[in-house]
Design a protein around this ligand. Structure first.
Ligand code: PLP
Length: 366
């Protein structure tokens, strides 16, 4: 049996006709940038995320950058975030000349540990930027309590909740990615920002079109980061399926966890921790295997099972961030997670036979 880490072909097969019609609609219109498809998607996403506004942009990475630009982040400012994330989380801060201030993660959820944030706040702290890693929200209330603007990196967490509130609706701005492998994935790069403040939303709209509210007048310097009509058309087809897909991912995750808990393994393995007060959309199903991670992944590979480490090098140990002065050992939880965790295949189309095969293969690992 072959179990890829993700099978986008299976999703495409089910949506082929609708997607082709959507693409044809855009091609026939010959309107490719910021048209009806984008406007329709923006209004559907705002409703879905329980926010007043949603603003499409070219990627999740640009969403993070635009969010910080809209909050006037500049050289000398500090932004508190997690070292255990995709590179863009730290990069958007550094690109504006500001300083990423990393705070270690909670060893159970791998999200920013809220109990450590207060110690990292200085008079220069302008934003706190949690990442809702793997599709589970960071604990937002203790982060919001500091009275510092919060930007949610919700790239992996569309539809996740924290105490009934949707990812992207709790902070000042939410940032999402439509990278093809996300729970809601486009046919290329794409992203969106959510906000409920009218002025913040208007500024984000300006910033994504070179800082101008019309074509030839520019109030400030922005960037060119627009969502295109083809992406929006594809996403408009997929959005109504997002909740059933994410529920199906969560169901697969429950099956894995039950099978693993019943497996009587000869080595320590920890299944994902699911917070009782939220909805986890299982963008990734990540297990922890101290000491045996790489060997187990190799064993899975020899049995044609895909797996992947998210993320092998914490941001504070990236070469480009050497100038920040961090060293190995500064964030022991993030470093341990980088050495001990990896993701198993978990997507709506995964079959129960495939899941049983994955777990049987793990059981056969010595
Ligand atoms: C946590 C996180 N932040 C930001 C991004 C950046 O999104 P994109 O790849 O759309 O630029 C990603 C996507 O991989 C992500 O997982």
């Amino acid at each position: 049996m072959n179990v890829p880490l993700l099978d986008l072909q299976a999703q495409y097969a089910a949506l082929r006709d609708e997607l082709q019609q959507a693409v044809e609609r855009v091609m026939s219109s010959q309107r490719f940038v910021l048209g009806d498809e984008v406007r329709g998607l923006e209004s559907s996403i705002a409703e879905y995320c329980q926010t007043k506004h949603a603003i499409g942009c070219a990627s999740g990475s640009d969403a993070l950058l635009l969010a910080l630009m809209a909050l006037d982040i500049k050289a000398g400012d500090e932004v508190i975030t997690t070292p255990f994330s995709f590179f863009a989380t730290g990069a958007c801060i550094a690109r504006l000349g500001a300083r990423p201030v990393f705070v270690d993660v909670d060893p159970l959820t791998y999200n920013l540990d809220p109990s450590r944030v207060a110690d990292a706040i200085t008079p220069r702290t302008k934003v706190i930027m949690p990442v809702h890693i793997y599709g589970q929200c960071a604990q937002m209330d203790p982060l919001l309590r500091h009275g510092i603007p919060v930007v949610e990196d919700a790239a992996q967490a569309i539809g996740a909740t924290d105490n009934g509130r949707r990812a992207g609706s709790m902070g000042a701005i939410g940032c999402f990615s439509f990278y093809p492998t996300k729970n809601l994935g486009g046919a290329g790069d794409g992203g969106i920002l959510t906000a409920s403040d009218d002025e913040v939303a208007a500024r984000l709209r300006r910033l994504r079109t070179h800082g101008g509210s019309n074509e030839y007048e520019h109030e400030e310097v922005g960037i060119n980061s627009r969502l295109d009509e083809l992406q929006a058309a594809v996403l408009n087809v997929k959005l109504p399926r997002l909740d059933p897909w994410s529920d199906e991912r969560a169901r697969k995750a429950e099956i894995y966890t039950k099978l693993l808990n019943d497996a009587d393994l000869r080595f320590p393995l920890t299944t994902p921790h699911v917070r009782p007060d939220g909805r986890h959309i299982f963008h990734q199903y990540v297990i922890r295997v101290p000491g045996n991670r790489d060997a187990l992944m190799e064993h899975l590979k020899t049995h044609s099972i895909g797996s992947k480490v998210y993320y092998p090098i914490p941001l504070h140990l990236q070469k480009c961030f050497e100038y920040l002065g961090y060293k190995k050992g500064d964030f022991p939880q993030a470093e341990a997670a980088a050495n001990e965790t990896f993701a198993l295949p978990c997507y709506p189309e995964l079959t129960e036979e495939q899941q049983v095969y994955v777990i049987d293969t793990i059981k056969s690992f010595q």
